[in-house]
Design a protein around this ligand. Structure first.
Ligand SMILES: C[S@@+](CC[C@H](N)C(=O)[O-])C[C@H]1O[C@@H](n2cnc3c(N)ncnc32)[C@H](O)[C@@H]1O
Length: 361
């Protein structure tokens, strides 16, 4: 017999796989830093409805972050029980995170359709912290090579990293919500001037529009309530970007729109294609073909490629996972210069909090 959660069939759902996904998503550091989300993740892992909800998501989006974002969205859109809990979490006022997590699970069991109705969405967190990494890499690559560049951001979400050069990057935080704090390790020279950007082009099959209230809310929901700095930064980006340079967003997949994107901008400029936390969402066939396409473009034209991806989600044919940093959950920095081949340039934090470069000779 088929039992249902709302419209959710329970047959053929791999609940053990869902449990593993909840269990392994947060690092130890996340658990220590985020008392409410840590308690919630643990409670989701133990709850049958939560397991069934996650197990019902299409494979490429079967990520606990989607469930967390769907719940956060309900809170942001005024759910009478979730709203106050998430607001307290944002303002550090949650006295009993474990109790709050149990209340969220109780709401989820009473009203599973709240989350089920949002599972058609994708986790589209657009993390400006990665601009701190892109700034450093682009400065190093353009030095002695290009005064003008075109930038193509594959999997751009709301296009925030197309404004990579608009964020101040510092070692210590300040009052400016746009400031990105990045601890540079080894070789990073922040004094190298950035090139002028002629074109800023993003590609995404379902780009989010910062002018659209629903899209802005989903971007907020993809952030974590116990990280108010990131929520404040998103709000500051939404305010400031009206005075920032124009961007062009192409709707479609990397496979379908890359050549259109490469046709934009100054034909004599160096074009830098970048991707961050995107390729893991491609099918295996598309990952291979993207790697080959980018390698060929760089080998044969004035194109450079910067890739920031988790080695646990993306295994490039040329790269290793042997580093201690990789084991600690670091993001691999892969760079291909014009006329060159893909090379490992080191590691960075997934939200750009540190960069450890080891540029090959
Ligand atoms: C986790 S978000 C990362 C967004 C952004 N790159 C960042 O670092 O903040 C992944 C994005 O990749 C997009 N995406 C998924 N499949 C794609 C494809 N085949 N081609 C281009 N973008 C894709 C999704 O729509 C989503 O906006």
């Amino acid at each position: 017999m088929t039992k249902t959660v709302g419209s959710l069939p329970s047959v053929d759902l791999d609940l053990n796989d869902a449990k593993r996904r909840y269990h392994f998503t947060f690092t130890r550091e996340d658990h220590e830093r985020l008392p409410f989300y840590s308690a919630l993740m643990t409670a989701l892992e133990e709850d049958h409805t939560s397991l069934r909800l996650l197990a019902s998501v299409r494979m490429e989006q079967r990520n606990p972050m989607l469930i967390l974002a769907a719940l956060h969205l309900c809170a942001l859109t005024g759910h009478p029980i979730l709203g106050p809990i998430y607001l307290d979490a944002r303002h550090g006022r949650l006295g009993d995170p474990v109790g709050a997590a149990s209340t969220v699970i109780a709401v989820l069991n009473d009203e599973p359709e709240l989350v089920a109705n949002e599972l058609h969405r994708s986790t589209q967190t657009n993390e400006p912290g990665r601009s701190a990494i892109f700034q450093a890499l682009i400065a190093h690559i353009a030095r002695d090579r290009a005064e003008v560049i075109n930038v193509v951001d594959v999997g751009t979400s709301a296009g925030i990293n197309l404004y990579f050069d608009q964020f101040p990057v510092k070692r210590v935080d300040d009052d400016n919500p746009l400031t990105l704090v990045c601890r540079d390790e080894t070789l990073v020279d922040r004094s190298i001037p950035l090139p002028r950007v002629s074109a800023r082009v993003g590609i995404d099959p379902s780009p989010l529009d910062l002018d659209n209230e629903g899209d802005r809310r989903w971007l907020q929901a993809c952030l974590w309530p116990e990280e108010p700095r990131r929520l404040d930064r998103l709000e500051a980006v939404i305010q400031h970007r009206t005075s920032w340079p124009t961007t062009t967003i192409l709707t479609g997949t990397a496979r379908d729109r890359l050549s259109d994107a490469l046709d934009q901008g100054d034909a004599n400029a160096l074009t830098i294609v970048m991707n961050s936390y995107v390729v893991g969402y491609f099918s295996e066939v598309d990952q291979t073909s993207y790697f080959e396409t980018m390698t060929q473009h760089c080998a044969s034209s004035n194109v450079a490629w910067l890739s920031l991806e988790s080695p646990f989600m993306v295994q490039w044919p040329t790269s290793s996972r042997s580093s201690e940093l990789a084991r600690m959950g670091a993001t691999q920095v892969l760079v291909t210069l014009p006329g060159g081949e893909p090379r490992e340039w080191g590691w960075c934090h997934h939200h750009g909090h540190w960069l450890n470069l080891s540029i090959p000779a």
